[in-house]
Design a protein around this ligand. Structure first.
Ligand code: OOG
Ligand code: NI
Length: 442
């Protein structure tokens, strides 16, 4: 559906596949350290935006039918200088095996339509009225989704209907857009207009994963596709890839039908959908993440004080602060790893043994756990690079409070904390290892 709607997406997927194939050829087996080529090639994340708590809980019902649950809380309202009035989570499978079968996530944002920093009382009222009057997800879709969740599946005919209805609800609508209303919201925030100014939601990007984002960037530019200026997230450097690196090309101008102020109906153009690509690295522990966040601040500060090129400054800061090997990251407790017996090992070990000893004598090997989530600052950067105008934000006002708990209540399901999921993966691997070795690992 998305490839039919946005042909440039097909180009992006083609180029991504070529980048991955060439990388595998160049690097051999090491290339697959952070994911098999099959998984990486199939992997995608999409993004959608909804307008109200009710719509947010409905979309959770739809995704749950596909084994996708809310993970992580992202507050983008403060993550950027521009006006991005949304709070977000990502729906994805939560366990590693499910993710390997279905490496798919949807970054889902909800308009903070009640935040007075962005919308005055009259705009809040109109937004609420407009959003309450629309139906994003037909009742049949919601009922089938609930049934699929309860029964852990549907029979053939109902499964097809579920897929058809779900797909249709994420297509770009051809219904006319109220021009005056759209432009009014756009003056506050282009994101608000895209969410609250149109009668439906839509996938606004679908992102393939590559193993070498610099190569992808260069190939897209050489095809004449202008990318945003920078790769968001960690710099390219000599050490292991961590977290998430992303880049995108700007939203394409697409024809939409407008209802104009004088009552006439006719074509106009909107830029809402764009292309993005990502490269995933190792998940960082809370300690690693704190260091990452400190390095981001440090890079900003140095750029402000002494200027320079962001990527060069960032690379230097990383070299000065972060161990440049997996072993170093592990030793300092900065990143997550799973543990298993090294190939060919069948040792007898004492009744109690430390993980460190097992690693030191190479009985056990550590494999990195891939970061499956998102970064608020990069997400804001992605939103921002596709906005028309900065929008407005009244920083003097107090914003509406949203956090993981309030969004969980809205969704009607607990939002998982990504750190807990990664730690559970580590713990499970140690428990399996202890069982294999018939020992207690301390
Ligand atoms: C979501 C932007 C966030 C990412 O990759 O960080 C995102 C949006 O544009 O709705 O997809
Ligand atoms: Ni994205």
């Amino acid at each position: 559906m998305y490839g039919m709607e946005v042909p440039a997406y097909n180009t992006l997927v083609d180029v991504s596949e070529r980048v991955n194939r060439d990388f595998l050829e160049k690097e051999g087996g090491d290339a697959e350290r952070l994911g098999s080529i099959q998984r990486v090639t199939a992997e995608r994340h999409g993004a959608i935006r909804v307008g109200s708590p009710k719509e947010m809980s409905q979309v959770a019902t739809v995704f749950e039918a596909f084994g996708m649950y809310p993970v992580g809380f992202y507050d983008l309202r403060d993550a950027s200088a521009s006006s991005v009035p949304v709070v977000s989570t990502a729906f994805r499978p939560v366990d590693a095996e499910e993710l390997a079968l279905n490496p798919f996530r949807v970054f889902t944002s909800m308009l903070a339509a009640d935040d007075p920093r962005f919308f005055n009382a009259e705009q809040q009222r109109k937004l609420q009225e407009f959003i309450n009057a629309r139906t994003l997800f037909p009742q049949e879709l919601l009922s089938l989704a609930e049934k699929a969740t309860e029964q852990e599946g549907l029979d053939g005919a109902e499964a097809s209907t579920l897929l058809d209805l779900a797909t249709a609800s994420f297509e770009l609508s051809s219904e006319p857009v109220d021009h005056a209303w759209y432009r009014e919201l756009e003056s506050v925030s282009a994101v608000a207009a895209d969410i609250g100014g149109v009668p439906s939601t839509h996938i606004n990007h679908l992102t393939p994963r590559v193993l070498d984002i610099e190569d992808l960037y260069a190939r897209m530019e050489s095809l004449g596709i202008a990318m945003i200026d920078e790769v968001q997230g960690p710099p390219s450097w000599q050490g292991p890839d961590v977290l998430l690196r992303q880049t995108s090309f700007r939203a394409l101008s697409e024809e939409r039908i407008f209802k104009f102020e004088d009552g006439s109906v006719g074509p106009g153009a909107l830029r809402v959908r764009f292309g993005e690509v990502e490269q995933r690295g190792i998940a960082l522990t809370p300690r690693g993440r704190e260091l990452y966040d400190r390095m981001v601040v440090d890079v900003d500060k140095q750029l402000q004080e002494t200027g320079g090129v962001r990527t060069d400054v960032a690379r230097q800061v990383w070299q000065d602060n972060l161990p440049d090997t997996e072993a170093g990251l592990l030793a300092e407790g900065l990143a997550y790893f799973e543990f298993d017996l090294a190939p060919g090992q069948a040792p007898t070990v004492p009744a109690e043994v430390s993980l460190k000893a097992l690693l030191d004598d190479a009985t056990v090997q550590a494999s990195p756990i891939v970061y499956e989530d998102f970064l608020p600052r990069s997400a804001a950067g992605i939103f921002q690079s596709n906005l028309t105008g900065e929008g407005t934000k009244d920083a003097a006002q107090k914003g509406t409070e949203y956090d993981l708990e309030t969004l969980s209540k809205i969704i009607g399901r607990d939002i998982a904390d990504p750190f807990h999921l990664y730690q559970a993966q580590v713990d499970a691997s140690i428990a399996r290892l202890a069982e294999k070795l018939n020992t207690t690992i301390i």
